[in-house]
Ligand binder design. Structure first.
Ligand code: AMP
Ligand code: MG
Length: 491
């Protein structure tokens, strides 16, 4: 036992528990439910190192026991967080039903990250669920979240996936697994909704102050809570613009799946769009297209309005004044989002300065892409590589005219033409995690225990702007017969 303890210490866990110091109604203290036979399937070495963790020690049986929830590292105070949320527009009480916050890892550089085990057993918030997770969806979260990170998009990350040696029962029997999720925090819009509905105003103030301290420490004390709303709106505007620019579709933008930190969180039925179409939906449960690609900015604004609702008692003692302040803030969101999006689109086209007409140039391209069912990523890739002949738009008069206008636009820039190309390379990924590529890697891993395909995929996705020769193969869109692609929540 002495050795085990020493090894645990060698792993480098340096856990703090600031969330556990919040009012008791915010969470339930609970240890993970042990699993019979944990096995480490994948470990994120660079992430482990950046957290101050020792890769070798993590891979040992004692290290894996922690990732499986069979052993609690020293300093951990595992807990399930309570939250609520609007799911497809309907308010409901939720909470970590199959996840536990183990603690907050304080890194050697002094940063703080939540360490959460997802799939760690039942909690008081499990409702009818088994508290467990299947291997496929956990590996999928690993791949997509790491791809998002490499694309430069704020996201929770994935440290490891272990199999449990137990089965979970879904539409059929599947191997069980636990994902270690690393997040700036797991504070959600839904956390505020929970405290606003069931806590006191003092509880709400405590939560808001905690959030400010954790994520926005340079708070302007004029009106701290208006500042909080402002900053959360800013981060979401930036985040959603980044999603749109790479064609990422979250799939379940319920308010409990929107992180206050501005990170992408909760990878369920998410996917990247192939063919450009604002109506694209992948999720099998999103029957009305509430969370379609083109609707994501509006949904973010709607979610932020729910966040603002919760803050009203803190914004002003007079409710009308509070509402006015919140509305003013929320009304900025569209502009904020649009300016990020426009800046990103200009960059994708190599445009460095600004002309008012740029948005028409962009709209024309998108309109053509939709009309000719062009692949979103590969259209920008072909423009970047100056290989228009690789695009489905090529050969049409419309495109020829557009291309001429675009070249003329680039010609009017003060900056040297040579600056456009590197800007486009930095702004247009050569590849995204294509759904069919992700599926084939998952199938090899889950059905055949062969992780080589997944590791190769992770490797090419780790540098999506490099335009390396081996990426070309991964850039191909799916064959038409493989469509339409459907994703499932995978709970
Ligand atoms: P999600 O759709 O993943 O955002 O989850 C919605 C809610 O359902 C959250 O409260 C989850 O913790 C809970 N949940 C999802 N899957 C399970 C499961 N297998 N067992 C218990 N709770 C679950
Ligand atoms: Mg969720």
């Amino acid at each position: 036992m002495k050795n085990d303890r020493a090894l645990l210490e060698k792993t480098g866990w340096n856990l703090d528990n600031s969330y556990a110091g919040l009012p008791k109604s915010f969470f339930t203290r609970l240890n993970p439910t042990p699993v019979s036979s944990p096995n480490l399937m994948i470990l994120n070495h660079p992430l482990a190192k950046s957290l101050g963790l020792n890769v070798q020690a993590l891979q040992s049986s004692e290290g894996v026991a922690v990732l499986a929830g069979n052993e609690i590292p020293e300093g951990a105070l595992p807990l399930a967080q309570a939250y609520a949320g609007h799911q497809f527009g309907h308010f409901t009480i939720l909470g970590d039903g199959r996840a536990l916050l183990i603690g907050e890892q304080v890194t050697p550089s002094g940063k703080r990250f939540d360490i959460q085990l997802k799939g760690s057993g039942k909690t008081p918030y499990s409702r009818g669920g088994d508290g467990r997770a299947a291997l496929g969806p956990m590996l999928r979260e690993y791949i997509i979240s790491e791809a998002m990170h490499a694309l430069g998009i704020p996201t929770t990350r994935s440290l490891a996936v272990v199999t449990t040696g137990e089965f979970v029962f879904r539409e059929n029997t599947k191997p069980g697994a636990i994902l270690t999720r690393v997040a700036a925090s797991h504070l959600r819009v839904g956390t505020f909704q929970y405290v606003s509905r069931w806590g006191s105003v003092e509880d709400l103030r405590t939560l808001a102050d905690y959030t400010l301290q954790r994520h926005f420490p340079d708070v302007d004390n004029q009106n701290r809570y208006l500042f909080l709303l402002q900053e959360v709106c800013k981060r979401q505007a930036m985040l959603i613009a980044k999603w749109q620019l790479v064609g990422f579709i979250h799939g379940v933008m319920n308010t409990d799946n929107m992180a206050i930190s501005g990170e992408t969180i909760d990878y369920g039925p998410c996917a990247f769009m192939d063919t450009y179409d604002p109506a694209t939906v992948f999720s099998s449960i999103d029957t009305h297209g509430r969370y379609a690609y083109g609707k994501q900015p509006d949904i973010a604004a709607w979610n932020l309005a729910r966040f603002a609702d919760t803050l009203l008692p803190l914004l002003h003692e007079n409710q009308d004044q509070a509402i006015k302040l919140a509305q003013e803030e929320l009304s900025n969101f569209d502009n904020l989002y649009h300016s990020h999006w426009l800046a990103g689109m200009r960059a994708k086209l190599g445009i460095i300065d600004e002309e008012a007409e740029d948005k028409f140039l962009i709209q024309d391209l998108l309109r053509m892409m939709q009309k000719y069912r062009a692949d979103y990523t590969n259209t920008f890739r072909a423009l970047t590589l100056d290989k228009p002949e690789e695009m489905v738009l090529y050969g049409t008069t419309e495109f020829a005219q557009w291309h001429e206008q675009w070249q003329a636009r680039l010609g009017r820039q003060q900056e040297a033409k040579t600056s456009s190309h590197p800007l486009m390379k930095r702004s247009n990924p050569a590849l995204i995690p294509r759904n069919h590529r992700v599926e084939e890697a998952l199938s090899a891993a889950v059905d055949h225990g062969d992780y080589s395909m997944m590791k190769r995929l992770l490797d090419v996705l780790s540098n999506p702007y490099s335009y390396s020769p081996e990426q070309a193969d991964y850039a191909a869109p799916p064959k038409p017969s493989v469509r339409p692609y459907r994703t499932f929540c995978g709970t």
